[in-house]
Design a protein. Structure first.
Length: 366
């Protein structure tokens, strides 16, 4: 009867509006599932459901389950009890498995970051190139951002090799090769410093006048090695390049007269003495240059040896020859002393008796 609205008073069978609206499913005061708000009025009938299970369907389901259990045989009840007992350990195992899983997840260490890759090892430094290793110095110059100095060192090394080979008559081919390479290295060294000097439109005198003091040694080595190479080829190459070589040595003598023990003046004097007169040779000027070199570096035996070989022999000045070589033979350089002694031993061959009385060009008259 509580569920039927027909049991309510007739005047109030409709749906109340506003505050008097039916409270369906909202559990009004007293536990009734439906009714009117506010206190009861005279003539009203209110149905109150008293059921522990809440809604009727829930209560009926509970009653049916209880009735089913009451009617079940003892064996079924025992099976249900065993299943319940079996389910409990399973639930316990599931619980502990979940707990262990959570503990493992919680205690798992954080993944370590991969160690940074070791830095690439720096390339081993190249061994230092020796000053006498001409090929190594040339290779270094090609790799260097400033190849001027490596090329200059290579030219020095090539010059030393050429001079060593020139002392051996059987090694003239090697001497020519080293002298040519020396001249090339020296040329690259000074042209890298003064590239504007080589425009191809000016004579040699104007070209070399543009070269500064920083390139004096390179200019000197180019002339010296070029002259050495020309001597191994005969007089023709020396004559062909006489103007260029003369201007180079003059410029080097002005820029650095003390270089290589008076080397520019010494080599210029030797060049002028070797050239024939028709090709610009001048024995008087050659002697002047060599005397200046001797005065500038009197202890350098190369100046006196050049004076004796180039000027004294060609001028047939026996006294000048002996004077210069005696100083060298008594000097502290054993190699130069041996060379001076060898020249003195050939004095009779180099000086004829008739020529010895002739006046020396550019020297004191007898």
């Amino acid at each position: 009867m509580a569920g039927r609205r027909a049991d309510l008073p007739r005047p109030h069978r409709g749906i109340a509006q506003g505050a008097r609206r039916l409270l369906r499913g909202c559990r009004a005061l007293g536990g009734e599932p439906e009714g009117r708000a506010g206190p009861a009025r005279p003539g009203e009938l209110r149905a109150v459901r008293v059921a522990a299970g809440g809604r009727r369907r829930q209560r009926r389901a509970a009653l049916r389950a209880a009735e089913h259990r009451a009617r079940a045989p003892p064996s079924a009840l025992a099976a249900q009890a065993g299943a319940a007992q079996t389910a409990v350990p399973q639930e316990v195992r599931r619980f502990w498995a979940a707990a262990a899983l959570l503990a493992a997840c919680r205690s798992a260490p954080e993944p370590q970051k991969p160690a940074p890759a070791p830095a690439a090892a720096a390339p081993a430094p190249r061994p230092a190139v020796r000053d006498d290793d001409a090929p190594g110095l040339e290779e270094l110059a090609l790799r260097s951002l400033d190849p001027v100095e490596p090329f200059l060192k290579a030219a020095r090394a090539r010059r030393a090799r050429a001079e060593k080979d020139l002392r051996d008559p059987e090694a003239l081919e090697g001497a020519a090769r080293e002298a040519l390479a020396c001249a090339a290295d020296a040329h690259r060294s000074w042209t890298l410093q003064f590239p504007v000097a080589l425009d191809g439109t000016r004579p040699a005198a104007e070209v070399y006048s543009q070269v500064g003091g920083a390139a004096a040694e390179a200019l000197y080595l180019e002339a010296l090695c070029s002259a050495a190479w020309a001597r191994t080829q005969g007089f023709t190459p020396l004559i062909d390049r006489r103007e260029e070589l003369t201007e180079e040595l003059k410029r080097a003598a002005r820029l650095a007269p003390d270089l290589d023990g008076g080397g520019p003046e010494r080599e210029l004097g030797a060049l002028l003495a070797a050239l024939p007169a028709y090709a610009g040779g001048d024995l008087t000027e050659a002697r002047k240059q060599l005397e200046a070199a001797v005065q500038r570096a009197p202890d350098d035996p190369r100046n006196r040896l050049a004076m004796a070989r180039a000027v004294a022999v060609k001028a047939q000045d026996r006294e000048l020859f002996e004077t210069q070589l005696q100083v060298v033979a008594n000097g502290r350089d054993p190699a130069a002393a041996a060379e001076a002694a060898a020249l003195l031993s050939r004095e009779g061959e180099l000086f004829g008796p008739a020529q010895a009385a002739q006046p020396i060009p550019g020297g004191p008259q007898k």
